[in-house]
Design a protein around this ligand. Structure first.
Ligand SMILES: CNC(=O)Nc1cc(-c2cccc(-n3cnc4cc(C(C)(C)C)ccc4c3=O)c2C)cn(C)c1=O
Length: 285
């Protein structure tokens, strides 16, 4: 092109989309399980970096919207957030490449280690604090998770816990998951304003965080036990809240209860929650 040719900007093609990963730099290994979007496999990126690769099953996700959002998500970086490294979006199925967490989901970890964890309230409180830090970071960036729960947190080495799949709920195409009447909607982690108007906010994440704290201090029990979703909706709207877990300090339960205020504006922010839990940990441990 001649220098005065204005049709093609001089930088065209030079801007490597840093969120785009070359699939040839990935080596896929064992299957880790399958989630809302299909199979997830362990892998190596550029020969040495441990990654998890979500291989998006066709029709499970609104892919173009997600690929646009991926540019924002790769910028969200915090020790307590599972890092999105990038996407392989040039062919189908698209791959979502994230950091790898060697101990898998927090829910399974709590259930598998119940014996050793029941006597270790300090560790349980520390897990809640770590998640609180990750969520306070998302709150600062006006980023809503929409499906915070122990099943959506992951455990790494040295008892590191991180929040995973934040914001992905917006791209799920399965309306059994997205509509509050659907069989896969996370009713037991949803506050009244989400049950009634699907009004998500950082304060609805705070409600879910309270339920997540209850999951941690019960080592992975199912909230509201065997109650059906319809019964939970009725009781939550009447103000019923989860009972104090047996091995949970009263001060910690008081923090959970604040997360379950009926009105979103009376719930504490993650910034305040994190400070309250850290000061309890310093006093009690
Ligand atoms: C032994 N180590 C490991 O197994 N490590 C890991 C397992 C998984 C893994 C494996 C299978 C399925 C899922 N999974 C589960 N729930 C999901 C829920 C959603 C929403 C939208 C419903 C929230 C989206 C995606 C998923 C999803 O991919 C995950 C996170 C991901 N990562 C990063 C690991 O380090």
């Amino acid at each position: 092109t001649s220098p005065c040719d204005r049709s093609v900007p001089a930088t065209a093609g030079l801007s490597h989309d840093k969120w785009e990963i070359d699939p040839q730099e990935l080596m896929l290994m064992e299957e880790l399980g399958s989630g809302q979007f299909g199979v997830v496999r362990r892998g190596k990126w550029r020969g040495s970096i441990d990654v998890a690769v979500k291989m998006m099953k066709e029709g499970t996700m609104s892919e173009d919207d997600f690929i646009e959002e991926a540019k924002v998500m790769t910028k969200l970086q915090h020790t307590n957030l599972v890092q999105l490294y990038g996407v392989c979006s040039k062919n189908r199925p698209i791959f979502i490449v994230t950091e790898y967490m060697r101990h898998g989901s927090l829910l399974n970890y709590l259930r598998r280690h119940e014996q050793s964890l029941t006597s270790n309230q300090g560790l349980l409180l520390d897990m809640c604090i770590q998640i609180g830090k990750g969520m306070a970071y998302l709150e600062r960036h006006n980023y809503i998770h929409r499906d915070l729960a122990a099943r959506n947190c992951l455990v790494g080495s040295e008892n590191i816990v991180k929040v995973a799949d934040f914001g992905l709920a917006r791209y799920v195409l399965d309306d059994q998951y997205t509509s509050s009447g659907g069989s896969k909607f996370p009713i037991k982690w949803a506050p009244p304003e989400v049950l009634n108007y699907t009004r998500f906010s950082s304060k609805s994440d705070v409600w879910a965080y309270g339920v997540l704290m209850w999951e941690v201090f019960t080592c992975g029990k199912m909230p509201y036990g065997r109650l059906k979703n319809t019964e939970v909706v009725e009781k939550v709207q009447k103000g019923l809240i989860l009972e104090k877990p047996k091995m949970c300090y009263k001060e910690v339960y008081d923090v959970m209860r604040k997360c379950w205020s009926q009105l979103p504006e009376t719930r504490p922010s993650f910034r305040v929650l994190k400070e309250q839990l850290v000061s309890i940990a310093q006093r009690l441990l």
